[in-house]
Write a new protein. Structure first.
Length: 265
């Protein structure tokens, strides 16, 4: 582990929610008519790996595969900053109880489950288990949730929480002045995640000496860390926004520091 990291800061950064566009829902228990199902939130393994690479790039994982008559069981040992925690996963090799289906890639599926359960031991993705259970419309033929629930505010990524709080403040001000509420920005369907401030590190500065550089690039430069903290408004002499462009830049700087807590301590 690099000397610049503190284990508690790493855990704080890992525990932050994923961007909402990365959260999907699969059906759990269904009603008797198979028209409603409990929506179970999950995130693909790739965002877990991306978060680990960002926060603690020297992480390691090892797997032990055990073949049973009807299923495969996998044990994952995940090591972060010298600390090892384990998770287990399993997958059917053949149809079991009524309604069960064998997975064509059983070892891969069980390994991914074991990996994510090991991640939860470090807090990564743990919040998904605390989401409220919601009954949603269910398509039994496609085995698919029809109307996924909205995530509560506490389950949004830091940048999205900032976006929401800013939008709510603008709407309150408009209401107090008797003005129509501004139209919310809509994500571009051709670019998933765009418009949701999913990655504040990719935000490009629109002004100043770092004009055109992303926050991640600025942070890695010689004097960039102090600049990002100044832009976020930390300290008595922090950046003071004067217009919407300035305000957006400050929101993104604050989101960057929040998401990358291990780097911004």
């Amino acid at each position: 582990m690099s000397q610049q990291f503190d284990f508690s800061q790493i855990l704080d950064a890992l525990q932050e929610p994923f961007p909402s566009h990365e959260v999907e829902f699969k059906p759990g228990a269904t009603n008797r008519e198979k028209t409603k199902a409990l929506a179970l939130a999950y995130v693909d393994s790739r965002p877990y790996i991306q978060r680990l690479n960002l926060v603690c790039p020297d992480w390691q994982d090892e797997y032990q595969v055990m073949m049973l008559p009807d299923r495969v069981v996998v044990l994952c040992r995940l090591t972060i900053a010298g600390v090892t925690r384990t998770g287990d996963g399993e997958c059917l090799l053949s149809g079991g109880e009524e309604g069960d289906r064998a997975e064509p890639n059983a070892v891969t599926t069980a390994s991914a489950q074991a990996f994510k359960r090991a991640c939860v031991k470090f807090g990564l993705g743990a919040y998904l288990y605390a989401l409220p259970q919601v009954w949603c419309d269910y398509d039994a033929q496609k085995r698919k949730i029809v109307n996924p629930p909205q995530l509560p505010e506490w389950a949004l990524a830091p940048s999205e929480r900032l976006e929401k709080s800013t939008r709510d403040a603008v709407q309150r001000e408009a209401a107090e002045r008797g003005l129509p509420a501004p139209e919310p920005s809509q994500p571009d369907p051709a670019e998933p995640g765009k418009g949701e401030l999913a990655d504040p590190g990719a935000y490009k500065m629109p002004f100043g000496k770092y004009n055109g550089s992303t926050l991640s690039e600025i942070w890695q430069s010689k004097e960039g860390q102090g600049y990002v903290r100044w832009l976020a408004g930390t300290g008595e002499k922090g950046f003071q926004p004067r217009n919407p462009t300035d305000q957006n830049a400050q929101r993104m700087a604050r989101a960057f520091l929040s998401v990358n807590a291990a780097y911004a301590g």
